[in-house]
Design a protein around this ligand. Structure first.
Ligand code: SF4
Length: 479
């Protein structure tokens, strides 16, 4: 199967990865991991995998495809043990191969170390040379294999090994690692990607988002802190501050788009944060209009907030087909056009003759947005006023999010009026950085906002061209 970027979500940044881990000797840890990964499926649809340890052996099953297609009842029954880690992955076109599926597993001592990674390293090139000099033959093109290889060479407990390797890593990483007798979760010193711990009846859980804790009946305990490594056992957690925390730079796009709306980030419900973005947006720019509509599903909370603040009625106006797969075959221009219709169908009886405020969370290239505006006008909309619940994306991401190269970003060097004209809208407004900051309710330095500001919290080699960097790094981001 060739995984191609979703042709109808082409105007959103693409999801990254999700990680999950569980230690629960009296429970079916493979089944718990399956449901945990199921809750994290929105973070990656390209491949899924689970590694299980029974205390003596680590067994890994990973495959291209959705969680529900990779695992079935017999395969889950065969994965028996006391602890497990899991991973769902997204990657860019052409980098989808089985070797890149995770958990990655490599020999360590007499056993195995398995690892699942969400994020992207910015010093992959140096690490790759280091790992090759150690005599490793690399099979994958992900930086996750490099991290696994480095850990596999370190002596001592898994926690010792992780703490020895963390100072070598630069970039964004939220990772779960498993050996026969240990599960360790660790996070970069800037805390770019989320990672949370939860208490389970009979054990402990670690996951990218709290929605996965909810799914398996675990109670949120706390985040894995920036620079922290945590050994998770059935009896509790043993934490080490492996690296000094560099403040915190949580990816603000987690709040805008990536995280599931029922997750809690920074003690705040993601749905509520997005709703508040809509309130801020309406405070900044409300056109004369008859209806506020959100592009389902990601634009809906902000659209509801916009309607509340503006007093303009909210309505559904576009129905989303939730069962359109994200794994389209090559999306040439024709297929991209069809893709919008496949996924969104306008409610003509609602739209006809109306002046619409259409709320969406972000625009990357603008190609899909243009088709959606056209679709709404074809359905009879008198006017389409776009309101975007995030600032203009003008810089690429180096920390695990597939956005685009800078020259593909529609907002670079263009005014709102020019972008509105380019996508065929009657007007357009992006939420200001200040408005976004008020909605997330934390100070600016608590977040990475680099794709809006170009101010990267972790040094990047060359912010002008993402592809150039990836080519130089010689490794695909793990996401
Ligand atoms: S650059 Fe943007 S998408 Fe990437 S981590 Fe920072 S805020 Fe998130």
């Amino acid at each position: 199967m060739t995984r191609i970027a979703d042709p109808v979500d082409g105007d959103h940044p693409n999801e990254e990865c999700g990680v999950f881990g569980v230690v629960a000797p009296s429970r079916d840890v493979a089944r718990i991991s399956f449901f945990g990964l199921h809750a994290l499926q929105h973070r990656g649809q390209e491949s899924a995998g689970i590694a299980v340890s029974d205390g003596t052996h680590v067994v890994v099953q990973r495959e291209l495809g959705l969680v529900s297609s990779v695992f079935d009842e017999p395969s889950l029954r065969s994965l028996t043990g006391d602890s497990a880690i899991g991973h769902v992955r997204y990657s860019t076109t052409g980098m989808n191969k089985w070797d890149n599926a995770q958990p990655v597993a490599l020999p360590r001592g007499d056993g195995l170390v398995a690892l699942g990674h969400n994020g992207n390293l910015t010093n992959s090139d140096a690490l790759r040379r280091r790992v090759i000099d150690m005599g490793h033959e690399l099979h994958a093109t992900t930086d996750s294999e490099l991290i696994t290889a480095l850990i596999s060479h370190e002596p001592g407990t898994l926690l010792d090994a992780v703490c020895s390797v963390m100072p070598l890593l630069q970039g964004a990483y939220s990772i779960v690692a498993l050996t026969e007798d240990e599960l360790v979760a660790f996070r970069d010193p800037n805390g770019v990607r989320p990672l949370v711990l939860g208490r389970l009846d009979g054990g402990w859980v670690v996951a990218s988002e709290t929605c996965a804790l909810d799914q398996v009946g675990a109670e949120f305990e706390r985040e894995v802190g920036p620079g922290e490594a945590v050994r998770v056992t059935a009896g509790g957690i043993e934490a080490r501050q492996a690296l000094p925390a560099m403040g915190r730079s949580l990816c603000i796009f987690e709040a805008i788009y990536f995280a599931r709306p029922d997750s809690i980030l920074d003690d705040q419900a993601v749905w509520q944060t997005r709703h508040d973005m809509g309130i801020e947006l309406a405070g900044e720019s409300t056109p004369a209009a008859d209806l506020v509509v959100g592009l389902p599903d990601s634009g809906t909370p902000a659209a509801i907030g916009f309607a509340q603040r503006s007093g303009i009625p909210y309505s559904e106006a576009v129905v989303r087909n939730r069962y359109v797969g994200r794994s389209f075959i090559q999306p040439d221009q024709e297929l991209r056009a069809t893709g919008v219709k496949l996924k969104f169908n306008p409610l003509e009886s609602v739209i006809r003759g109306k002046r619409l405020v259409v709320v969406d969370d972000s625009i990357v290239r603008g190609t899909t947005t243009r088709r959606i505006v056209q679709m709404l006008k074809d359905a009879g909309a008198a006017e389409v006023h776009l309101r975007i619940s995030s600032p203009p994306i003008t810089w690429p991401c180096f920390y695990g999010i597939d956005m685009a190269n800078r020259d593909e970003l529609i907002a670079v060097g263009q005014t709102e009026a020019q972008i509105a004209a380019a996508v065929g809208a009657d007007s357009l407004h992006y939420l200001s950085l200040e408005g976004l900051q008020r909605a997330v309710g934390r100070p600016a330095d608590a977040y990475c906002r680099a794709c809006f500001t170009g101010d990267y919290p972790i040094p990047v080699p060359d912010a002008s061209g993402k592809e150039r960097f990836e080519a130089a790094a010689g490794a695909a981001p793990s996401r």
